[in-house]
Design a protein around this ligand. Structure first.
Ligand code: 1GP
Length: 241
């Protein structure tokens, strides 16, 4: 059986676009899981991402167990912290925050995570995580005490993504931040895609089908949407299979 990463690569090679629904264990109420996942299953969503900036211990485990009872889609952890590692999920984005210069989020948390990861069967996917300024201070910025890259500094963004590829990372994730006012621009997506060969994830502030299509058209391989579905489940109606 293919790994989750192999399947992402396969989709990219066949120009199939991927969509991850991001669930924040701190915001999502388990009571609505059944109806929410009926809509997810009827939609074009391909992955479930689980994670948040600040999540109470054990909430991730409980939520992932519940999600597994409602969907067959692969569950990928998108952890804000070591405490969000759960062996109930299928894979984990091993994120290194390359836009910042805080050693804790470049390598510190990763070393801290190993004793926990050694006890899991999670597929670990090394991911270059690049925060781009998006009009307001984001949770990632506050939690990590790092500055995002200016959205006007195209060269710095592209070079950071290229460095991720040269470091051997498997994915690039361009992040505008949860609830961002301005999603990652098409110009940024197109430029990064043109200069790199690894799959490209785009997330933060995608609120409509138009935003989603623009991101795909510009070169995003996988788009992550969180808040828009949290706030407006009717968006799923426009994304039926
Ligand atoms: C945040 O990229 C994700 O880490 C998704 O952001 O909640 O704004 O869709 P939204």
């Amino acid at each position: 059986m293919n790994t989750i990463y192999q399947n992402i690569k396969l989709s990219v090679s066949q120009s199939e676009k991927l969509l991850a629904i991001l669930i924040d264990p701190d915001k999502f109420s388990i009571d609505r899981a059944k109806t929410f996942f009926e809509k997810v299953n009827a939609s074009i969503a391909t992955h479930i991402f689980v994670g948040g900036s600040i999540v109470e211990a054990h909430k991730t485990d409980i939520l992932v167990k519940e999600i597994k009872t409602h969907t067959q889609l692969p569950i990928v952890l998108f952890p804000g912290d070591v405490s969000q590692i759960s062996n109930e999920a299928n894979a984990l984005l091993f994120l290194s925050l390359l836009s910042g210069r805080n050693a804790e989020f470049l390598i510190g948390k990763h070393v801290e995570a190993i004793s926990k990861l050694n006890k899991t069967n999670l597929e670990i996917i090394s991911t270059g995580y690049i925060l781009i300024e998006s009009g307001q201070k984001t949770a990632v910025e506050k939690v990590t005490q790092t500055k995002p890259i200016s959205r006007n500094d195209l060269q710095q963004i592209v070079h950071t993504a290229k460095a991720a590829e040269f470091l051997g990372m498997k994915l690039i994730y361009l992040e505008a931040g949860s609830g961002a006012l301005i999603p990652i621009s098409e110009e940024i997506i197109t430029s990064v895609k043109a200069e790199t060969k690894i799959p490209l994830i785009i997330g933060g502030g995608i609120k409509s089908i138009l935003d989603l299509e623009n991101a795909y058209h510009a070169g995003a391989d996988l788009v992550v949407i969180g808040n828009a579905f949290e706030n407006n489940e009717s968006l799923f109606n426009e994304l039926k299979k």
